[in-house]
Design a protein around this ligand. Structure first.
Ligand code: HSE
Length: 303
């Protein structure tokens, strides 16, 4: 079988873990190029030998793990306009321009995949896609931001907010700008993506009523978590006090959880919501679908 040639943009925690997986995993993949902002910078995982450094050219699929919106929007438009698959973990891009990109993929018979954009390594988008087939999803509820879980549980054990935020950053959970985590934007973007898949209509981050955890007081012993919830009509992200018996209260550390109610029955999935290796695994699973000849388009691709 011919190898799928990958043009990777971004060599951070997830990008470099993906590079390792491409090298060691079972799929017929070849890393053709890696694009980074500054090739001369010292990094914890060296750029791979024998791989061209630069933006993708003449590849079969573009994988963008760079983050931000402006650069990725241009790369995504360019890739999808030529009918090539675009694989990304970029929730900010999808929660702001997902509708346009999905239509572009649909119009050009491309593919748009983003398993790693929500839930890190946990296949939340796939579960929602599966359950959405009957058109009977009633609601979504989950904890989809590891940084705030880490901070709120540490505060419940008596630590200060600042102390807990520093520890979450050191653990590598926080976004480059942690205000995205603590102000609820990371969770709002993920919720908008899940709700778009659940009800077959793209909804952006701006439609989420969102409040973060800045200034939230947590008494020792209290279980407060940043909970994301959606129905067909409304999307909210807010700190909520949970009963200790709630499955959501059991989530700790880097774990994320999602509950989907379909015709009165609750389906639940949980697992690592962040971290290089787990998140790279989700990107790798997207690539497996392309290798198998599938051409999935997130949000349906209808024009
Ligand atoms: N900053 C995110 C989190 C990383 O804390 O969950 C994964 O999207």
């Amino acid at each position: 079988m011919p190898r799928l040639r990958i043009g990777l943009i971004g060599w951070g925690t997830v990008g470099s873990a993906l590079g390792e997986l491409i090298e060691s995993g079972p799929l017929p993949l070849e890393l053709e190029s890696v694009a980074v902002r500054d090739a001369a910078r010292e990094r914890s995982r060296a750029l791979p030998d024998g791989v061209r450094i630069g933006l993708p050219e003449g590849v079969d699929v573009v994988v963008e793990l760079a983050g931000g919106v402006d650069g990725p929007l241009g790369w995504a438009r360019e890739t999808l306009a030529t009918g090539l698959p675009y694989v990304t973990a970029n929730k900010a891009l999808l929660a702001s321009h997902g509708d346009e990109l999905s239509r572009l993929a649909g119009a050009n018979r491309g593919a748009l995949l983003a398993s790693a954009s929500v839930g890190g390594g946990t296949p939340m988008i796939e579960m929602v896609e599966h359950l959405a087939a009957t058109g009977q999803i009633e609601s979504l509820r989950g904890i989809v931001n590891a940084t705030t879980t880490y901070i709120l549980s540490a505060m419940g054990e008596g630590r200060s907010y600042a102390d807990a935020l520093r520890a979450a950053q050191e653990a590598g959970y926080a976004e480059a700008d942690p205000s995205f985590d603590v102000e609820g934007r990371d969770a709002a973007q993920k919720l908008a993506i899940l709700a778009s898949v659940a009800w077959g209509r793209w909804r952006g981050e701006s439609e989420v009523d969102s409040s973060g955890i800045v200034g939230v007081a947590v008494q020792p012993g209290e279980t407060i978590r940043l909970v994301a919830q959606a129905t067909r009509e409304r999307m909210t992200v807010e700190p909520i006090q949970l009963q200790t018996s709630s499955p959501l209260a059991a989530v700790a550390g880097v774990e994320s959880i999602l509950e989907v109610v379909v015709a009165g029955a609750t389906f639940r999935i949980s697992g690592p919501g962040a971290g290089g290796r787990a998140t790279a695994g989700a990107v790798y699973a997207d690539l497996a679908r392309l290798v198998a000849g599938e051409r999935p388009i997130l949000f349906g691709g209808a024009s």
